[in-house]
Design a protein around this ligand. Structure first.
Ligand SMILES: Cc1cc2nc3c(=O)[nH]c(=O)nc-3n(C[C@H](O)[C@H](O)[C@H](O)COP(=O)(O)OP(=O)(O)OC[C@H]3O[C@@H](n4cnc5c(N)ncnc54)[C@H](O)[C@@H]3O)c2cc1C
Length: 365
């Protein structure tokens, strides 16, 4: 006998989004969270909602998801701001890649425009002189990830979710055993972020650590979220340590500065050499940052799969077991699209985007 239609393990941005969607579909849902909802890597992230176009599957999921975020009523409760994304080209080579990016985004239905050096300085005058130009994606924005989870969990509670503050110890056939020995019966969705392999060791994952810095308040310094065009090389490359300029204005007037990626590092400690490298990179693009006061520095561990694509779907070889994890640096962006895709598969509906690139069965194959 089933207690629930779906038991969601993990209340990060992915689990909360999936639970919210399942409840909207009229399902009986339990959410099992070992700690504070939204307190995992979600709380450590920047919260940009950005379409990445380097991999077609990543573009399909991020575009789909951003559309769902845009249509989500009440998004201001997640401190959402449509500030637009400004991609900056450091030199002629990066600028030469812009028309192809604009075309790829346009083909996916996303408006983007190329900017020359003068236009770039006109819209963000604090950027360093000598940059070659860039690309503006005006429809994109930023939210505050812990608030987004709080808001989604509030919706889940109102819709009748059972929220269990326990650690899931072991998956059963259509059920889960918790750390107090109790058992919940129903189909299970593992959305436990970087801890997912504890429950699903057959789906390999690794972590990529990132540093972020937040400054005191300087509301007029930049208006857009600003990323260097080389960001994708850092996000998708396999360097042991990489940094990329990534700056985000918060509604409070604070600026969040990123980003770094470390392949082998684990644990929450700040690594001063990596932090220094990341900040030097940021100062090169926006020299005025050098004079600001940092109020906090922190790290988070991005959950990654081998091919960089998340696992979304039924877990092969298990009965009544689903997974949604491994979104690396794009889990906030991709959360609502992931939830819709997962629930379409769960309910046997035809998904709006091709689910095969994210199918966990690719690992078994
Ligand atoms: C520095 C940095 C910046 C980032 N910036 C962005 C960004 O700007 N935009 C973007 O889209 N993405 C960004 N990301 C990526 C994003 O943070 C992640 O992809 C996303 O938050 C993953 O969410 P999740 O729900 O899978 O994991 P989590 O948020 O870690 O949630 C998993 C939850 O599961 C719980 N849990 C684990 N094991 C169990 C268990 N056995 N039983 C019960 N509960 C369990 C945990 O307590 C946790 O709450 C960034 C990441 C980092 C590190």
């Amino acid at each position: 006998m089933r207690d629930y239609d779906l038991i969601v393990i993990g209340a990060g941005i992915i689990g909360a989004s999936c639970a919210e969607r399942a409840l909207a579909d009229g399902r009986r849902v339990a959410i099992v969270e070992a700690d504070v909802a939204g307190g995992g890597v979600t709380a450590a992230s920047m919260g940009h909602l950005v379409a990445m176009d380097d991999d077609p599957a990543e573009l399909a999921l991020s575009r789909y998801s951003i559309r769902l975020w845009d249509a989500f009523e009440g998004l201001e409760q997640a401190e959402y701001r449509r500030c637009g994304t400004l991609w900056v080209a450091a030199d002629g080579d990066e600028m030469a890649a812009v028309p192809a990016k604009v075309a790829r985004l346009a083909a996916a239905g996303i408006r983007a425009e190329a900017l020359d050096a003068a236009q770039l300085r006109e819209i963000e005058p604090q950027l360093a002189p000598g940059l070659a130009g860039g690309m503006l994606v005006p429809g994109e924005g930023v939210l505050y990830p812990p608030r987004a989870v709080d808001w989604l969990m509030g919706r889940c509670r109102v819709a009748g979710a059972t929220v269990v503050r326990r650690r899931a110890l072991r998956l059963l056939r259509e059920g889960v055993e918790l750390d107090d020995g109790s058992v919940l019966r129903g189909q299970v969705l593992v959305a436990a972020g970087s801890a997912s392999p504890v429950l699903l060791p057959e789906l390999p994952m690794h972590l990529r650590r990132g540093h972020l810095v937040v400054t005191d308040r300087h509301p007029a310094l930049v208006r857009h979220q600003v990323l260097e065009l080389g960001y994708a090389d850092s996000a998708h490359g396999d360097a042991e340590v990489s940094v990329a300029f990534n700056l985000q204005p918060r509604p409070t007037g604070q600026l969040v500065i990123g980003s770094s990626r470390e392949r082998s590092a684990s644990g929450p400690e700040v690594h001063p050499p990596v932090l220094a490298r990341m900040l030097e990179r940021a100062f090169r693009y926006l020299p005025a940052l050098r004079a600001l006061q940092a109020t906090r520095v922190w790290t988070g561990q991005r959950p990654c799969t081998r091919d960089g694509r998340p696992y979304i779907g039924a877990v092969p070889g298990r009965v009544g077991c689903w997974v949604a994890t491994g979104h690396e640096g794009l889990g906030v962006t991709a959360a609502l699209g992931t939830a819709r895709l997962l629930l379409d598969l769960f309910d046997g509906r035809a998904p709006e985007i091709d689910p095969s690139p994210y199918d966990p069965a690719r690992v078994a194959a």
